[in-house]
Ligand binder design. Structure first.
Ligand SMILES: Cc1cc2nc3c(=O)[nH]c(=O)nc-3n(C[C@H](O)[C@H](O)[C@H](O)COP(=O)(O)OP(=O)(O)OC[C@H]3O[C@@H](n4cnc5c(N)ncnc54)[C@H](O)[C@@H]3O)c2cc1C
Length: 489
């Protein structure tokens, strides 16, 4: 997928020269072979082109680059690890933009253990932040499969979710302050490490989740947490999806917010992972329709929470909502349970074409959503194979629709808009979200415009045009705004 911007023209050579001078040879990528990976998405479904990728060494340099872009009407695609899934981190294909990558800005500026905070630059890889927290006997709980490549600036810009949102919240909840280069090149130093600050609008929240359309995040103050010392993981077969929701409520009644993970997995998900990914095994002898991967974590000596887990499962058996369960005896067993959940997307690639959705509804309505969606999809596209999995604990279901067995994958992909419409119309009727954690980017921008009210879209456009009147920050992503003609330079 690719698309051109309205009213755009290739970046002028003299503008490129001015920008190159600011960052110097170390901060410029001009070789097309090195530029290319920056222009292609992880799933290879978005491709564009830029004449220049810049990698500023620090905030001041980055701000100078943005000033030149603002003056000349040159559009910028901010980029972190380029693992985003919505086409927001890749440029359009007309050469009218440059990529500004934060990859060289990767210092940990400060660790304040008494305040439980860490101040990091945007280009820090998520995994390196987790490790740095660990070295200080703390937890930075943001965790997702792309953590070895994605950068914290990208995590903030997408308000990433991941596997521990139930306990710790999404990225938005893990940030106390940010430093941002605004679309006019000014630096806003909002690097506060305060847990209480009611001095007007909470400006950092505009930039978190804005997918690079309002400014470039250059640093952030992150919250740290005590490292859990007791982790209990179990794989539970449940009667149905409603039983999974009931089990979550029961578990929370027993251990409160120590439930850190509660992931729903369908039988087909287990089958295809075991079939397609070497090393993945079904932990149960008998097959069941629905499973939950549950993790409970807290402080105290290892094993302290085991009795609570057993109580929760025993209650579940008695109430008929749990039909089988395996508790991991050690970390290796826990990891092998996690592998089933984490390898579902990879396994589905082996099963042919699939049309993916990342939706959310209130937790109480998850069973209704899955039932109705499967029914409507089967009526419209007989034989299609929906796979529902994901973060039941925060109402977020990844709902991937596989092509009917033995049919033509390309033909199924052509049904993309029709399949989306069935799923997203239902989500909208149920007051849910068509993008729970991946964002809108280009993938869902126009769909969001279909489902959001005029009032909401007006407010979004007002924020965008106030902060970025020239529409140079990642144009054509998140919310559509006609891009003004670039000024003559
Ligand atoms: C295997 C895999 C698993 C994933 N799992 C999850 C998951 O569980 N949960 C989830 O939420 N996402 C998930 N993602 C999506 C992706 O990893 C996240 O969106 C991640 O937060 C993006 O970080 P990044 O550094 O790669 O950002 P990029 O892809 O480089 O950029 C993403 C967006 O942020 C903007 N941006 C990047 N850096 C900045 C900055 N410094 N300032 C302003 N804007 C910026 C870009 O312009 C773009 O709009 C997954 C992706 C993959 C490939």
């Amino acid at each position: 997928m690719s698309s051109s911007l309205p009213n755009s023209r290739p970046v002028e050579a003299d503008v490129l020269e001015r920008i190159k001078k600011i960052v110097g040879p170390k901060g410029c990528v001009t070789d097309p072979a090195e530029i290319e990976p920056h222009c292609v998405s992880w799933r290879d479904n978005w491709k564009g082109w830029v004449p220049l990728v810049v990698k500023p060494a620090n905030t001041a340099e980055l701000a100078e680059v943005v000033k030149v872009c603002a003056e000349t009407g040159t559009a910028i695609v901010p980029q972190g690890g380029n693992t985003g899934l919505t086409g927001a981190s890749q440029p359009h294909d007309d050469g009218s933009e440059i990529i500004v990558s934060t990859s060289r800005m990767n210092a940990i500026r400060d660790v304040d253990l008494a305040n439980d905070t860490m101040t990091v630059e945007a280009g820090c890889i998520l995994q390196s932040i987790q490790s740095a927290a660990d070295e200080h006997n703390r937890l930075f709980p943001l965790s997702l499969a792309a953590e070895g490549s994605c950068q914290i600036g990208g995590n903030l810009a997408t308000n990433a979710g991941g596997t521990q949102v139930l306990r710790y919240g999404n990225t938005r909840a893990l940030v106390l302050g940010v430093e941002v280069v605004l679309p006019d090149g000014r630096i806003w130093d909002g690097l506060r490490s305060l847990r209480k600050d009611n001095t007007g609008y909470d400006l950092k929240q505009y930039f978190i989740g804005s997918e690079g359309t309002l400014g470039i995040i250059t640093a952030a103050v992150l919250k740290l947490f005590p490292k859990p010392t007791d982790v209990q993981t179990c794989f539970v077969a449940v009667r149905d999806v409603a039983a999974a929701v009931e089990l979550l409520g029961n578990a929370r009644a027993i251990v409160g917010d120590q439930v850190t993970t509660f992931e729903l997995i369908q039988r087909y998900g287990v089958e295809m992972t075991v079939r397609n990914v070497p090393g993945v095994v079904d932990p149960m002898e008998q097959a069941h329709d629905w499973y939950v991967l549950m993790e409970i974590a807290g402080q105290g000596a290892p094993g302290t929470l085991a009795a609570d887990v057993e109580q929760c499962l025993a209650q579940g058996f008695e109430a008929g909502i749990v039909v089988d369960a395996v508790i991991a005896a050690n970390r290796a067993q826990a990891q092998s349970m996690w592998a089933i959940r984490e390898k579902i997307p990879e396994a589905q690639n082996h099963e042919g074409a699939s049309i993916k959705h990342d939706v959310s509804v209130s937790i109480s309505r998850i069973p209704e959503f899955i039932d109705k969606a499967c029914e409507r999809l089967d009526a419209a596209f007989p034989g299609c194979r929906p796979v529902a999995f994901g973060h039941v604990g925060d109402g977020n279901i990844h709902f991937n629709i596989g092509q009917p067995a033995g049919t033509d994958g390309e033909a199924f992909y052509k049904l993309y808009p029709d399949v989306n419409k069935v799923v997203h119309d239902l989500i909208s009727q149920m007051n849910g979200s068509i993008s729970a954690e991946h964002g809108l980017g280009r993938l869902r921008m126009h769909e969001a415009e279909r489902y959001k009210s005029d009032v909401e879209l007006d407010v979004m456009r007002a924020i965008k045009t106030t902060l970025d009147p020239g529409n140079i920050m990642n144009p054509g992503k998140v919310v559509s705004i006609a891009r003004p003609e670039a000024p003559d330079v």
